[in-house]
Design a protein around this ligand. Structure first.
Ligand code: ADP
Ligand code: NI
Length: 229
């Protein structure tokens, strides 16, 4: 495929997500593309398809565009048509995107296409590490949620419905409810290696935070939680 078509998609996604303040901005999408292409050096799948899936994976996110857009993938269709992406490739991208995301994984939907596995791993890695912490902060402040509330315990048995309906949340609880589970959800060897490092960073961050907040009961909770992973 022409890089020109991918460049049009990139530009359209930039216009669509450019101003988002909830952790889905165009920079997230472009980092996911870069990381997915890096994984692909090892995984050796179709790089153009990897790019397209990565660029479009949040273009119809339910948090940003609502349920209808998430169901119909209307922005994804519109942008691919505008860029003149061939029909067959469009079908692959649509199939991939409808299997990517943490909420979908909680519902038992897992990417099957190799390119979708690569992008899923890259997307989840961008929710880990230093950038993962920054994005969680961004998300929490956009909702007016606090960083930490020692009296608000994480939800342990999380269904997709409960996860999506949560309004009262903290960055710390989000670490327990999502971020620390991501390492175990990697689908490629390249993703597993990257997630390991970024996971350890979240653990390091939480340990230090509970120390500074003088919250030994939370440090114990973290240790118990990690044993169960
Ligand atoms: P992604 O695009 O990585 O699949 P999401 O759509 O779940 O991520 O959310 C965007 C960003 O906001 C991610 O970094 C995610 O971890 C973070 N985030 C989502 N929900 C919360 C929450 N309740 N509290 C703090 N951060 C959150
Ligand atoms: Ni994403």
């Amino acid at each position: 495929m022409e890089t020109k078509e991918i460049a049009i998609v990139r530009e359209e996604v930039r216009k669509l997500l450019g101003s988002d303040k909830s952790g889905h901005d165009a920079s997230h999408v472009e980092r996911v593309e870069a990381l997915a292409l890096k994984f692909n050096e090892e995984e050796k799948q179709d790089a153009a398809v990897v790019s397209l899936i990565a660029l479009l994976h949040d273009a119809d996110d339910y948090k940003l565009f609502g349920k209808e857009s998430a169901e119909n993938l209307s922005n994804t269709h519109r942008i691919m048509n505008l860029a003149g992406i061939p029909e067959k490739t469009q079908e692959t991208v649509i199939e991939a995107i409808s299997t990517i995301g943490y909420s979908k994984r909680l519902k038992g939907i897992t990417p099957a296409l190799p390119e979708a596995k690569i992008v899923s791993d890259a997307d989840m890695c961008d929710a880990l590490g230093a950038l993962g912490i920054i994005r969680s902060f961004q998300y929490a402040s956009s909702k007016g949620n606090p960083l930490f509330d020692r009296n608000l315990r994480p939800v342990t048995k999380l269904s997709a419905e409960v996860y999506q309906a949560k309004t009262q949340d903290t960055v710390v609880n989000h670490c327990f409810e999502k971020l620390l589970k991501l390492r175990g959800m990697m689908l490629t060897e390249a993703g597993k290696k990257e997630a390991e490092v970024r996971h350890d960073f979240i653990v390091f961050f939480l340990r230090e935070l509970f120390e500074e907040e003088n919250a030994p009961e939370w440090a114990d909770y973290l240790n118990q939680y990690l044993k169960g992973l």
